[in-house]
Design a protein around this ligand. Sequence first.
Ligand code: BG6
Length: 368
Amino acid sequence: EKAGYDWFMRKEIYEQPKAVLDTLLGRYNEARELTLDEVRIADSELKRINKIIIVACGTAFYSGLVAKYAIEHWCRIPCEVEIASEFRYRDPIITSETLLVTISQSGETADTLMAVRHAREQGAKVIAICNTNGATIPRESDAVIYTHAGPEIGVASTKGFTTQIAAAYLLGLYLAQVRGTKFGDEIAAVMTELESMPEKIQRVLDNTDQFHALATRLSDKRSVLFLGRHVGYPIALEGALKLKEIAYLHAEGFPAGELKHGPIALVEPGIPIFVVVPPHGRDQLHDKVISNIQEVRARGAQTIVLVEEGDTEVEPYADEVIWLPKASTLLQPLLAIVPLQIFACEVATRLGHDVDQPRNLAKSVTVE
Ligand code: BG6
């Protein structure tokens, strides 16, 4: 049932083009309208929303962090993202104008479920992004957007993550459509790009030789750092989480701009640092990340840089370059996470760990 793969996790990494495609399928019609039929919340209610709170745990939390950037940009609604276990017990501000969005692959995570119950008691509407049909969280929510990733067996989530981003983006565009903050043409442009992502993810998966060699070189390291800015920041966090979960390595993700406020003290000669470089844009993000790379390189770090094809500016400062197909800033996470998933899987395999069933972890945690 692993279809020739050594691990379910690896199989699931390679299923991502199809998983993302299936998640997008049938949700945008020929009249160029998003049709999230499962979202049975009246447009009038969605127009009243003045705050979105995304709650989730683990990998799903990081997909929520990515989604925040897109949702606020497209909808101009303040969007908070919170770890589910922290949310419930701090007396959060929830009204009938709050939209709670949960993200959970299993739909059974107790911390997330408790957040749903609490928010509904306070009068909030709840939309679940979930991969498991009929699970408890979607059953207890007002609406559900299913990710169509198929069953995820590996404890470390991979296709769960990328499909959660796709589904959360669909929700963001849907809200923008309903509330009129984006016009049809703008939504169409994003949808066209979203629909091109499965093929681009496939291109990343077709060029993985480099990751195997890299894993061999880095598997005796004790600590690995990940840096990113904007949506690259949650990708850094998720890349580090993969390595913790299955390779049991100390790994941390940081916002690249925060380096100088502390984490740079960790940089010592030979430490591997992965850096996600955003595409060139009108903002200064790209150049800022390039200078962050120079800063850590000057202190002896071994830099592994994920950057879009054709962006050669970074090459002089990179010990290793991982080329990504071109994508806009908001969609790059769907590509940038893939090499980091493979890298974690490779390192864990070399270290002799059970990749699918890492120590101390469970696929779904049904206790608070
Ligand atoms: C953890 C799993 O316990 O739960 C993680 O080990 C997962 O892989 C997290 O990301 C959240 O799970 P779910 O099902 O709510 O997305």
